[in-house]
Design a protein. Structure first.
Length: 134
C-alpha cells in the first residue's frame, strides 16, 4: 500500500510540473505560410498589454507562434498585421481574443495564409468564412 501511495504522489508531481505557474496551459496564436514556394508572410503582433513581438518573416511551409498565459481576470488580446506579395501590397489585420468570464487554458488559434485569403482554425475546429486579402 505504501508503494501505491508513493507511486500516485510521484505521478501527481510529474503532471503538476507540466503545467504553468498559473496552473493553466498557455494559449497559442499561430501563423502558417501556405502562400507558395518563395513567398514570405510578414507578421507583426502587439497585445493590449503593450507587448510588441516585432516583425517576423515566415517562409513558405513554416509557422510562427506566440504563447502566453492569462493572469487572473486580465484578458490578453493580440492584434496582428499580416502582409504578403512581391511588394507586400496585400494585407490583413487579425484579432485573437478570448471572450469569456473566466480565463481560458490551452486555447489554440491557428491562422493559415493562402493566396485566396486567411483561414482560421480554433482548437482544431475550422471556422468560416476566410478573411480575404486587402
Amino acid at each position: 500500500m505504501n508503494h501505491l501511495i508513493i507511486f500516485v504522489l510521484v505521478i501527481a508531481m510529474c503532471l503538476g510540473l507540466n503545467e504553468s505557474k498559473s496552473g493553466c496551459f498557455p494559449n497559442t496564436v499561430e501563423f502558417k505560410n501556405q502562400l507558395g514556394p518563395g513567398s514570405i508572410l510578414k507578421v507583426n503582433c502587439t497585445s493590449n498589454t503593450n507587448e510588441n513581438k516585432g516583425i517576423h518573416d515566415v517562409k513558405f511551409n513554416e509557422k510562427y507562434q506566440i504563447s502566453f498565459n492569462e493572469a487572473g481576470k486580465e484578458r490578453i488580446v493580440w492584434r496582428c498585421h499580416l502582409r504578403q506579395g512581391k511588394k507586400m501590397e496585400h494585407f490583413q489585420e487579425v484579432w485573437s481574443l478570448y471572450v469569456t468570464a473566466r480565463s481560458k487554458c490551452g486555447q489554440m488559434r491557428s491562422y493559415t495564409a493562402k493566396l485566396d485569403g486567411i483561414y482560421l482554425v480554433t482548437n482544431n475546429q475550422p471556422t468560416n468564412p476566410k478573411l480575404p486579402w486587402k
